[in-house]
Design a protein around this ligand. Structure first.
Ligand SMILES: C[S@@+](CC[C@H](N)C(=O)[O-])C[C@H]1O[C@@H](n2cnc3c(N)ncnc32)[C@H](O)[C@@H]1O
Length: 241
């Protein structure tokens, strides 16, 4: 899948039923998420993330956060409660347009379209927190690996990078089928492509880019048919610990 095709795919989903494309609860298909419930999910998730970061010695507030793959701003809006500014970046213009519509933080929260397989529009060392959930799993590995390196580039020294990415299909029956079925067949039955990267590879990429993985946790963000992990990385520099 090329960046252009990926963009077209998500742009279409963003126009059709963005909330369901982001949180694919089968009971919510067809516009059945209410905005209140949808954004409350984001606030709950970010409250738990902040608690997790604090357990690792992070400060209660951050200066500049990047929400990579922001969708319509479910997490960016919640991050703005803990950060001076938030930049939400997404490949899909339709998602960014909706995010702007749902923004309740004015200029403290900005949304940008990013259609390139890098973050060239963002300067080096711009963020002290980068967060990404249920995004890197949906792009070919060459692309997600390039973004991991870019995250470290745009992270300030002493900054934290927290992201989720699955490793491989799980041991469920569907997980086993996902391992053996050809991609075109999988696409017939599943709406979104999924790609995995092993924890060893994640560690090697992040370390080569100049940060260290300081925690790895198994998580359920990719659903029951994929093994998934949340990683916390620190870029060396001015210590916050
Ligand atoms: C499942 S949604 C998650 C949205 C948001 N992270 C959340 O949890 O509310 C995945 C999002 O990633 C975006 N996305 C996919 N590939 C991307 C890429 N290469 N760069 C930036 N955003 C991307 C999609 O447009 C979509 O909005």
């Amino acid at each position: 899948m090329t960046p252009r095709r990926l963009q077209q795919h998500w742009d279409k989903l963003g126009k059709e039923d963005a909330m369901w494309a982001i949180l694919t609860d089968s009971n919510r298909k067809g516009g059945r998420w209410t905005p209140e419930e949808f954004f409350a999910e984001g606030r709950n998730e970010i409250a738990a993330v902040m608690e997790y970061l604090r357990k690792h010695g992070a400060p209660p507030r951050f200066r500049h956060a990047l929400d990579f793959g922001c969708g319509i701003g479910r997490l960016s809006q919640a991050l703005a409660d803990y950060c001076e500014t938030v930049t939400g970046l997404d490949i899909a213009p339709s998602m960014v347009e909706s995010a702007q519509k749902w923004n309740r933080h004015g200029e403290r929260c900005r949304y940008l379209v990013n259609g390139t397989p890098d973050l060239r529009q963002l300067p080096d060392q711009s963020f002290d927190l980068i967060y990404s959930n249920i995004v890197l799993q949906h792009m070919p590995t060459a692309m997600s690996w390039a973004y991991l390196g870019e995250f470290v580039r745009v992270l300030m020294p002493g900054g934290l990078l927290c992201f989720q990415i699955p490793s491989e299909p799980s041991g469920t029956l569907i997980g086993l089928l996902l391992r053996i079925l050809p991609v075109p067949v999988v696409r017939l039955i599943r709406k979104m492509d999924m790609y995995g990267t092993t924890p060893e590879r994640v560690k090697a990429i992040v370390e080569a880019a100049g940060a260290s993985i300081i925690d790895t946790q198994s998580d359920t963000a990719a659903g029951p048919h994929w093994k998934s992990f949340r990683y916390l990385a620190l870029k060396p520099g001015k210590a916050w610990l």
